[in-house]
Design a protein around this ligand. Structure first.
Ligand code: AMP
Length: 306
């Protein structure tokens, strides 16, 4: 089964307390595709400039990623983002965003992209996300990510698309910003009231909360000794989560929970090195091994009743 993702393929310059990386590969759709391709066939829909060379495109090769939807525009520059983190790695400070070739991006999906079972609308202007959704033939699952910028500048358009998707993957600060609720569970129910069936709230080093109409599932982040660069953790999580779900015949509550853990496992690899340096070198068996570590981490027995 296949997943279509529409988002950024980028160059990032990143500074963390532990070092810096200049013009390394980044972008929401990049992290997402590489993570999702461990489990499902990915249809990548994105745009890059002439400066994104064959060596850079190699990040996608040899994986289950179809590049028919990756446009390279001659004479243009690739989307560029520069960010910085302090000791609180949960908070990214944007230093610079240059939309470049992404500014004029009007994706036109081909037939196989339109017919995918799963659609991931990575963080982008809500009207672009809506335009993509309108082109698809009702996928089994539509998921969306967003960011503080669109909550501040395009809230009405964001509200319209929230009412048309099945699942929203969002940071805890964005839940509070969008809803004005300090309490995350109340904030989650506010967003679920708009239409989505499931809300997955990313809480950085504190893990993930999945909220549906009548249940909550919580997973910790994998406790690592070295966290180097949190960039892309959210998109990697989304890739692992939806990639796993896309490979399942039925989307049951049990499968959703397993998907949350696979997303968390993949994200835990991403943060161990800059850019996709760690994600690109791991194997499926390392992913499965860390999934087992997660089970050990969170397992406890029932207590004995008197
Ligand atoms: P995250 O998973 O939230 O850490 O996403 C990080 C990635 O998002 C980086 O590699 C950036 O290239 C990309 N990014 C940053 N700002 C934007 C934006 N305004 N629109 C789309 N992608 C962005």
């Amino acid at each position: 089964m296949s997943i279509t993702v529409v988002g950024t393929v980028a160059f990032d310059s990143i500074q963390t307390p532990f070092g810096k990386a200049d013009r390394c590969i980044g972008g929401s759709a990049t992290y997402f595709s590489v993570a999702a391709s461990f489990f499902s066939q990915v249809e990548l829909v994105a745009v890059v400039g002439e400066d994104f060379g064959d060596d850079d495109i190699a990040i996608f090769r040899g994986r289950n990623i179809n590049l028919d939807g990756l446009q390279r525009v001659a004479g243009a520059k690739t989307f560029f983002w520069s960010g910085e983190y302090g000791f609180d790695l949960n908070v990214a400070k944007t230093r610079d965003t240059q939309l470049n070739v992404f500014a004029g991006f009007k994706p036109r999906l081909n037939e196989s992209q339109r017919k995918s079972d799963v659609l991931f609308l990575a963080n982008a202007e809500p009207t672009l996300q809506m335009d993509v959704l309108r082109q698809c033939e009702r996928p089994r699952l539509v998921a969306l990510d967003t960011m503080n910028l669109w909550i501040a500048t395009a809230k009405d358009a964001l509200t319209r698309i929230l009412s048309e998707v099945d699942l929203v993957i969002i940071n805890e600060a964005e839940v509070r910003q969008y809803t004005g609720e300090a309490n995350l569970v109340q904030g989650a129910h506010h967003i679920l009231g708009l239409g989505p069936k499931t809300l997955v709230i990313k809480r950085g080093e504190y893990g993930v909360l999945m909220v549906t109409g009548d249940a909550i599932f919580a997973a910790p982040a994998y406790p690592l000794e070295t966290v180097f660069d949190p960039t892309g953790a959210g998109d990697t999580f989304a890739g692992g989560f939806l990639g796993y779900l896309g490979s399942r015949r039925d989307i049951t509550d049990g499968e959703m929970r397993r998907a949350i853990i696979f997303g968390s496992v993949l994200a835990s690899f991403t943060v161990e090195k800059f850019s996709l340096d760690r994600l690109r070198e791991i194997t499926l068996s390392e992913v499965q091994e860390r999934y087992q570590d997660f089970r050990t981490l969170t397992h406890f027995d029932d207590f004995e009743r008197a």
